[in-house]
Design a binder for this molecule. Structure first.
Ligand code: NAD
Ligand code: IPM
Ligand code: MN
Length: 347
């Protein structure tokens, strides 16, 4: 089983190193790692954020463990050369259309949530975010208006096939959980969202056992803070899912805690924390590696058929936190390395 390691930029390499140490501790027979540069690191090394060799490795691998991309040095580059194009390119090239972003209460972290304990105590939700379409991948550019003003534009669109595909993932995900699916859109304003809502409603006929509801995205953001425990599975588009998942991370504790899986139609996946390269703390050795360690667990479960090993990692993270492990984002002083050590000790 070949795992592509793409550490990327900023804290990416720091958190990936800990995830690899945890995987090594499990001594899984036949697991082989191959590493390649991606993002700003790849641009600086070979002049492109997603070099041909890196894309080729990602295609050959059984699964991909990804750190983060993003480098302030690269923010003024032409868009196609910016680090973020690497992760967008991987998602598009590999057809990784279904992004699963789970968020659940960890009792030991009650003090880390931005919400009162009585509100944050019963969170167990899964955001199913569409990852191959929406305003992210439509025509975009800069042009001049008739009045000579600079105008930026990004076309938002979904076709019904794209919505049908992710809606099915949403319903199937809800079926494997508690049977409730909330579809989030902005159908009161956007045609893209009206189609989304129509198609999700059509598909619901095939899932009579699933309780479907709809929320506008602004209300959904409010409800996630007011009463996050009301949600089971949320299905939404690329942009709304991006925003709501960062929001959900602070309901449970920290953005340094939330993992994700990005899956294609055959079960191949890319696994990454939902956070970015955190340039403000990069190089200090204080980033929380748990989101990446938990992403490695998702990789074992979803792409490598090693659910037991995944559960062992998840349990070890829980035990380490219960024993008092806290990186800076959780209000503590543990370093990235010490956090890795604590999980390994718990294993
Ligand atoms: P960010 O997620 O990198 O950081 C937001 C805040 O959270 C920062 O204060 C950071 O220090 C903190 N943080 C994030 N991860 C943490 C961790 N593991 N431990 C402790 N603290 C953590 O978001 P940003 O600052 O908006 O973006 C920085 C760069 O990352 C940008 O270039 C952006 O495009 C990129 N980005 C990449 C990805 C990805 O690779 N998938 C995701 C999000 C952002
Ligand atoms: C994420 C990130 C990416 C996104 C960026 C870096 C392209 O924010 O994975 O959440 O917007 O999808
Ligand atoms: Mn994001």
């Amino acid at each position: 089983m070949l795992v592509a390691l793409l550490p990327g930029d900023g804290i990416g390499p720091e958190v990936i190193a800990e995830a690899v140490r945890v995987l090594d501790t499990l001594e899984i027979g036949g697991l082989v790692f191959e590493e390649a540069p991606v993002g700003g690191a790849a641009f600086k090394a070979v002049g492109h954020p997603l070099p041909e060799a890196t894309l080729d490795l990602a295609k050959r691998a059984d699964a991909i463990l990804f750190g983060a991309v993003g480098d302030p040095d690269c923010d003024a580059l032409e868009r196609h050369l910016r680090p973020e194009q690497a992760i967008l390119g991987l998602r598009a090239e590999l057809g990784l259309y279904a992004n699963l972003r789970p968020a659940a209460t960890i009792p030991a972290l009650a003090d880390a949530s931005a919400l009162r304990a009585d509100i944050a105590g019963n969170i167990d939700l899964m955001i199913v975010r569409e990852l191959n379409g929406d305003v992210y991948f439509g025509e975009k550019g800069m042009r001049a208006t008739d009045a000579g003003l600079r105008q930026g534009y990004d076309i938002m669109s979904y076709d019904e096939g794209e919505v049908r595909r992710i809606a099915k993932t949403g319903f199937e995900t809800a079926r494997a959980r508690r049977g409730r699916l909330c579809s989030v859109d902005k159908a009161n304003v956007l045609e893209t969202s009206q189609l989304w809502r129509d198609v999700v409603t059509e598909i619901s006929a095939d899932y009579p056992d699933i309780e479907l509801s709809h929320l506008y995205v602004d209300n959904a953001a409010m409800q996630l803070v007011k009463d996050p425990g009301q949600f089971d599975t949320i299905v939404t588009g690329n942009l709304f899912g991006d925003i709501l998942s960062d929001l959900a991370s602070m309901c449970t504790g920290s953005i340094g805690m939330l993992p994700s899986a990005s899956l294609d139609e055959g079960g191949k996946g890319l696994y990454e924390p939902i956070h970015g390269s955190a340039p403000d703390i990069a190089g200090q050795g204080i980033a929380n590696p748990l989101a990446t360690i938990l992403s490695a667990a998702m990789m074992l479960r979803y792409s490598l058929g090693l659910g037991d090993a995944a559960a062992r990692i998840e349990k070890a993270v829980e035990v380490a936190l219960a024993a008092g492990l806290r990186t800076a984002d959780l209000g503590g002083k543990a370093t990235t390395r010490e956090a890795g050590d604590a999980v390994i000790a718990a294993l």
